[in-house]
Design a binder for this molecule. Structure first.
Ligand code: UGA
Length: 437
């Protein structure tokens, strides 16, 4: 990328999680001076020593290169970050509350901290996923807690990064959404992203916030739609992949996000759906369509567990191998992972599990106990009554299937991600059950 860009605007990112760290490293990569702030001293210490708190393809290299070039630094001091920058991004967690609504206390706390540290004009940009009207609240809060009467602008600039592909998504975005209350910060925001040559949509702040929730909810809806179609395919003998290809070629529909699965998970879709339903409710609209998206998703897991139980009958003391623990491929993230939920359901039925994930085993160990973690994906099947594919890691497609079949006590494979060709699996001697085929 064009690393020769000017360093005229200095950036601080508050919150060094998946979004904050990727955003900070990528802004540095395109030439800006960036400070990443986090209140977690252990995390900042690790980053300062060259370690990585998360696995994200390409990120470690990016961090190393930009730290070495003097464009990227880490601190626990919000005050330092605010003082030394022109544009301050907020990328803190916005976790769900028990009723599905969003806990905005980190957001509010950071807004107050920024207010307390401001001594000159700042642009405060919200990158976290937040309910519509949060920007207005952040603006009010900064105004209230700012001691001197310094000027500032609040901007909503939602992220559309997919975990596992976040660096590429940042550097080659489909669009950049900039939601503003006043026009003053638009030039600076445009300048920040100029090296990416991507379309910039400038809109009002409430629309920008809605774009984020509406976008994630639509993608979740797309997955639930194809998962509902997969049920019809199973009942009628059709093939959901053929149907997805057939409808996906219509550019109005598009083929992406039409892969039937055991359901979507992760730290975004489930949380954002609940939040959006709640936001709609508060705005006086019953978003029943999205409630059904949630129901279809929950049923998809039920159906998959049932498929396993119907085939193996009693799961108590059966050995089952599970490939995949992360909520999707290319990540070590197990938050709201359908694979982990599946493992726990199988454990509840009394099954004994051997599990493997290329990157997520360390994180899985904190939430999934009483299983055997296996380092070699080809050996998970050893002595098992069945093997289950729960995450769409591309390397699982390269399994040594002959060997896997020999290692299994019974050649049964449940594929929750449709990674294999049913005819080929039959030819190899497997009893093969996938989704919607
Ligand atoms: C999602 C969005 O795709 C990003 O645009 C957004 O920025 C991000 O949330 C966020 O709000 O931070 P992410 O949660 O990282 O990104 O992962 P996705 O690739 O969207 O996958 C979500 C889940 O849907 C995974 O469990 C995946 O396995 C599942 N999925 C995805 C399917 O079951 N079928 C598909 O066709 C696609």
């Amino acid at each position: 990328m064009g690393r020769s860009q000017s360093n005229s605007l200095r950036i601080t990112i508050i919150g060094t999680g998946y979004v904050g760290l990727v955003t900070g490293a990528c802004f540095a990569e395109i030439g800006h001076a960036v400070i990443c702030v986090d209140c977690d001293a252990a995390k900042i210490d690790l980053l300062q020593k060259g370690g990585m708190p998360i696995y994200e393809p390409g990120l470690e290299e990016l961090v190393r290169r930009n730290v070495a070039a003097g464009r990227l630094a880490f601190t626990t001091s919000t005050r330092e970050g605010v003082e030394k920058s022109d544009v301050i991004f907020i990328a803190v967690p916005t976790p769900p509350l028990p009723d599905g609504s969003v806990d905005l206390s980190f957001m509010e706390g950071v807004a107050r901290e920024i207010a307390g540290a401001m001594t000159s004009y700042k642009i405060v940009v919200d990158k976290s996923t937040v309910p519509v009207k949060t920007g207005e609240k952040v603006s009010e809060t900064i105004r209230r807690y700012c001691r001197s009467k310094v000027e500032f602008d609040v901007v909503s600039n939602p992220e559309f990064l997919r975990e596992g592909f976040a660096v590429g998504d940042f550097l080659k975005p489909d669009r950049i959404v900039v939601g503003v209350i006043s026009q003053r910060p638009v030039a600076a925001m445009t300048e920040l992203y100029a090296p990416l040559n991507a379309p910039v949509i400038v809109t009002d702040i409430n629309s920008a916030e809605l774009i984020k929730h509406a976008s994630n909810s639509f993608l979740a809806l797309k997955i639930s739609y194809i998962n509902a179609i997969s049920v019809l395919c199973e009942a009628s003998g059709a093939n959901v992949q053929e149907v997805a290809n057939g409808i996906g070629m219509d550019p109005r529909i598009g083929r992406r996000f039409l892969d039937a699965s055991l359901g979507f998970g992760g730290s975004c879709f489930p949380k954002d759906l609940s939040a959006f339903i709640k936001i709609a409710e508060q705005l006086g609209y019953d978003f029943a369509l999205l409630k059904e998206v949630q129901r279809v998703n929950a049923r998809q897991m039920e159906r998959f567990v049932k498929k396993i139980v119907n085939t193996l009958w009693v799961l108590k003391d059966k050995n089952i191998g599970v490939l995949g623990l992360a909520f999707k491929e290319n990540t070590d993230d197990v938050r709201m992972s359908p694979a982990i939920e599946l493992c726990q359901r199988l454990q509840q039925e009394g099954a004994v599990l051997r599990v493997h994930d290329p990157k997520a085993m360390d994180k899985a160990k904190t939430v999934l106990t009483g299983v055997t973690y296996v380092a070699d994906m080809n050996r998970v099947a050893e002595g098992c009554d069945a093997l289950v594919v729960a995450t769409e890691w591309p390397q699982f497609k390269k399994l040594d299937l002959e060997r896997v079949r020999r290692l299994l006590s019974h050649p049964i494979l449940f594929d929750g991600r449709n990674l294999f060709d049913p005819e080929e699996m039959e030819r190899l001697g497997f009893i093969y059950k996938s989704i919607g085929r």
